[in-house]
Design a protein around this ligand. Structure first.
Ligand SMILES: [Zn+2]
Ligand SMILES: [Zn+2]
Length: 961
């Protein structure tokens, strides 16, 4: 699949669209006409393309043409820095604003985890037109990560997991002055290529309409030397549900023109560098130092020293034919493929993966079993496995550090994370080893149980659930194969791409139907004024009823905070009979209890307690639109939430200080008494770290810093504070409510209520931490009054414990320790004595054996024995060939314990015997045919019970004959 590097759709899809779309004049671009281009149809693939070369009859793209640039660079050699700088400054000179890169983790989006394209920075709010672009037009070089071609990395010579997409973007809106569109886009591209020195006649622009992520539009692929260097997308269509509002039909999907039309270009930085060097692979062009280092450490020389011509030939053909065909054509030996090329491809892949990890980990991804953490772990484990197959001793972290060193000029921010990355990767290696040793057991068991092969689904499940790589499964299974178990395992070539794909897209929560209908019902109601922001101190307010339905009342303004951002809704009352005109609210009756408050796209709904009835009419509430009402909130509850909310921001700030920059909020819930905060972290929080976080948090409280909240334009907020503002998720809208603590120590987009000074939060007590899932730690804490209560409760606990032991509190730990070790001693002693007593009982009981149907039976009451002892004695007796039925009266709960055991080989059923006896005793019991126990409360019937038991035994023996 060619062009995946720069495009989201696949080739066939593009081709089909091309045929449907080809003649619509979408590509009638003035620049082509004025600069001597002709439109031609590729004689090999049938695509339309534009060229200056009148004699050319193929589109220029592989597989229609070979990689002719290999060994014959398209222009003067450029380093990645040089290419990036020429691109950015070229567009800067043409009025584009140069943007800083966005993180490789898509913090501003909830539909993808990793940044996959420069346009992804501006989706969905800017591309849809609901938020203005941060600059227009703009230019950026964006590091991106795509894992769907994981299996081709190293092998294809051109795929990379992490690549820089250079893009210039113009965001046009219909009815507004156009920034620029197709003509300038093509002109810029052509001029940029010319400036680099690419021969004009060698450039083709192939028509390949683009479809992706719910959008579509015409697109030109820019090709030279057989290599696709850039993609120029003119995004102007959006998917619609049916043809009633769509006008273009592409591959089973209706599209319509968008309100916006966007220039979305992608220039592959690495491909430009590659084209300028003409090396056999893109890897040799981008990180030769890392490849050298790896080859050196495994004692291999770069095959280019001896096989340069072969490598060049293979590379040139690799876009056109597969490895087998190349081998045939070039008459290369299997040995060359197995011993020279394959290890080299693995080296390339490791070098690629470690570069990807440098960005992922430095940008804060914590390896785990979920979301972006899953993807990071996938890359780590794949790299570890490949290092092992190369028999390379070099730790992964050293290679990552080498990349960071090489990248530091362009990405100095990566340097800050070197220590953290070392720690994470060392931990991950240990976890991987543990996984493998655990995995070995699982696979062995699985293989022994099956006679047929292990399916791909099972391989995926083993990887997904236990982290066991399929190669390891095959390896372990093949070892067992020697023991004559036939297990064939085929690992699909694209195994890792498949798992990556399964985890690549965030699952959007299905909007529930109730919310959809609420949105429909409230869409014409004006948005509610939020008094809880304007006057956070107030507890009462008056307002006008705008609407009411079901159990909901909508007011023009309100003090009631609606549930959101992990903060529960306010509760309180709304009074209907307030006559504000005369100021003579009667205050009698008609007080409506507000039990929940919801924000439906800016309209705040107060849910009224109507008991079991579904609406207000049913309970006779008389309400009318336009009526003045008053409301009051439960202020104590609100203050407790407010304190806990501000405490949450303080705790995450402190956690980041103590644990590292990678700490990111993974969830939070505020309460009145305690709150919890989930953070990403790669190991358990130690006691010392927990104390340090608590100390820092309380220092922040004592410093009494300002907490301020204000609405800031979205782009401005992102520019000023970065993406850390999205800790609690990504709120919609043009403006964000930004909550800042102190000198911007913590800054978050947050809709919650907050104290105005950190001092108002009061003491913060971290109660405990727990690991809720791999890579996520949960902190429980209380703030303000609740923290004082927690501390008092703990104090109480100590006091009560000390008074039980009758010692001063400060001697509690040592005393408890002493008691505990003494207790353990005594327990051992107790066990020994009980065993002795049981032995005594056994010898006494053996003398009392009676015979029933030729079997030796002991049916006795043993005074002072507990159930455990009865069982011990019974099992000793049955090993000596006796059937035992033992009863004992348990003094403390005034009941009878019953135990029965049957020696091996006898046809009696202990469970049935016990059931029969217990029935007589007015109780029940059960167990196995060999050993059973039970009990009952009718102490006076112990004798009858034994008799019933003996009777059953003879019945059972008779039945068996
Ligand atoms: Zn073609
Ligand atoms: Zn918040």
């Amino acid at each position: 699949m060619r062009g995946v590097f720069l495009r989201m759709n696949n080739q066939d899809q593009g081709m089909d669209v091309a045929r449907e779309h080809g003649d619509e004049g979408e590509y009638d671009i003035g620049y082509f006409k004025e600069n001597g281009f002709v439109r031609k149809k590729c004689k090999k693939c049938g695509s339309w393309f534009w060229t200056r070369d009148r004699d050319r009859d193929t589109c220029g793209d592989a597989p229609c043409e070979i990689y002719s640039f290999i060994g014959a660079p398209l222009f003067k050699e450029h380093s990645p820095e040089e290419i990036r700088e020429s691109f950015l400054s070229f567009f800067e000179l043409r009025n584009h604003t140069r943007m800083k890169r966005y993180p490789v983790v898509a913090r501003w989006r909830d539909d993808i985890y990793l940044n996959i394209a420069s346009i992804a920075n501006f989706q969905p709010l800017i591309t849809s037109g609901s938020v203005p672009p941060p600059a227009n037009p703009l230019v950026i070089s964006q590091p991106c990560i795509r894992l769907e071609d994981l299996h081709s990395i190293g092998k294809s010579g051109r795929h990379l997991t992490m690549f820089e997409m250079m893009g210039h973007h113009a965001f046009n809106k219909r009815g507004e002055k156009e920034i620029y569109w197709k003509n300038e886009t093509v002109q810029y591209c052509d001029e940029f290529l010319k400036q680099l020195g690419v021969a004009e006649d060698g450039i083709t622009y192939k028509e390949a309409p683009w479809v992706g992520g719910g959008n579509a539009g015409p697109c030109l692929e820019v090709i030279a030397g057989g290599l696709e260097l850039a993609t120029l997308v003119f995004m102007d269509l959006e998917a619609v549900h049916s043809n009633t509002n769509g006008d273009t039909f592409i591959r089973g999907q209706w599209y319509r023109k968008m309100e916006t039309y966007i220039v979305d270009t992608g220039y592959g930085l690495e491909r430009f560098v590659w084209a300028s060097k003409g090396t056999p692979t893109v890897y040799d062009a981008i990180f030769p130092e890392v490849i050298e280092e790896l080859l050196g450490s495994v004692g291999m020389e770069h095959p280019k020293e001896r096989y340069y011509n072969e490598l060049i030939e293979i590379a040139r053909l690799s876009g056109v034919m597969n490895k087998r065909e190349i081998a045939m054509k070039l008459q290369l030996s299997d040995d060359f493929f197995d011993n020279i090329l394959e290890p080299l491809e693995t080296v390339y892949a490791v070098a690629d993966h470690t570069r990807c990890l440098a960005f992922m980990l430095a940008d804060g991804v914590v390896p785990s079993n979920a979301k972006e953490g899953y993807l990071a772990r996938l890359v780590i484990r794949r790299a570890l496995r490949m290092l092992k197959s190369l028999e390379c001793d070099m730790p992964l972290e050293e290679l990552v550090a080498l990349h960071i060193k090489l990248l530091r000029k362009s990405f100095p921010e990566l340097m800050e994370s070197v220590d953290l990355i070392n720690e994470i990767l060392e931990l991950e290696r240990r976890r991987y080893e543990e996984t493998l040793s655990k995995g070995e057991r699982i696979i062995r068991q699985m293989v022994m149980e099956r006679k047929k092969g292990i399916s791909v689904d099972t391989l995926i499940n083993l990887y997904d659930t236990y982290g066991i790589p399929p190669e390891f499964t095959r390896e372990v299974a093949s070892r067992i194969k020697n023991a004559n178990v036939n297990v064939d395992i085929d690992i699909p070539e694209d195994f890792y791409s498949r798992v990556a794909k399964m985890h690549g897209e965030a699952k959007r929560q299905e909007e529930d139907m109730a919310l959809v209908s609420l949105k429909e019902r409230t869409k014409t109601i004006p948005k509610t004024r939020r008094l809880y922001y304007e006057e956070p101190e107030s507890t009462v307010f008056s307002a006008t009823v705008l609407d009411y339905f079901d159990r909901f009342i909508v007011l023009d303004k309100t003090l009631f905070y609606p549930e959101g951002g992990g903060q529960p809704a306010d509760t309180g009352v709304i009074r209907l009979d307030t006559d504000t005109d005369t100021g003579t609210g009667t205050g009698t009756g008609n007080e409506l209890k507000v039990v929940d408050v919801r924000d439906v796209e800016g309209v705040i709904l107060h849910e009224i307690d109507t008991g079991t009835d579904t609406d207000m009419d049913a309970v006779g509430i008389e309400i009318e639109r336009g009526k003045q009402v008053s409301g009051s909130i439960d202020y104590r509850r609100r203050m407790a939430h407010t304190r806990h909310h501000s405490a949450t921001h303080i705790v995450i700030w402190a956690a980041r200080k103590v644990l590292g920059r990678h700490v990111w909020q993974a969830g939070a819930q505020k309460g009145e008494l305690r709150s919890r905060l989930d953070i990403t972290h790669f190991k358990r929080i130690s006691d010392a770290e927990r104390r340090e976080i608590e100390k820092l948090a309380n220092e922040m409280v004592m410093r009494d810093e300002d907490i301020s909240a204000s609405f800031v334009e979205r782009n401005e907020a992102e520019r000023r504070y970065g993406f850390r503002i999205y800790q609690g998720g990504v709120p919609p809208g043009k403006e964000l409510r930004i909550v800042r603590i102190g000198a911007d120590e913590d800054v978050q987009a947050c809709a919650g209520t907050h104290c105005s000074k950190t001092g108002e939060v009061g003491p913060i007590k971290i109660l405990r931490t727990e690991r809720i899932q791999d890579g996520i730690e949960r902190l429980w804490y209380s703030a303000g009054e609740a923290a004082v209560m927690e501390m008092q409760a703990r104090d109480d606990l100590i006091k009560r414990s000390a008074s039980v032991l009758r010692i001063p509190e400060d001697r509690l730990p040592e005393t408890v320790e002493r008691f505990f070790s003494e207790w353990k001693q005594l327990r051992k002693e107790n066990e020994r004595l009980r065993a002795e007593i049981a032995e005594l009982h056994v010898s006494v009981l053996k003398a009392k054996a009676q015979e029933i149907g030729g079997i030796k039976v002991i049916a006795e009451v043993i005074p002072d024995a507990d159930e455990k002892e009865l069982m011990r004695i019974a099992s000793r007796l049955s090993t000596e060939g006796f059937v035992a039925l033992l009863l004992s009266r348990i003094e403390i709960d005034n009941r009878v314990a019953v135990v029965s055991s049957v020696p091996d080989g006898l046809e009696l059923d202990a469970a049935m015997i016990v059931k029969r006896v217990c029935h007589v005793l007015g109780g029940g019991g059960g167990g196995t045919a060999k050993m059973a126990r039970g009990g009952g409360e009718r102490i006076e019937r112990m004798g009858d019970g034994i008799a019933a038991g003996l009777e059953l035994m003879s019945e059972q023996l008779k039945a068996k004959g």
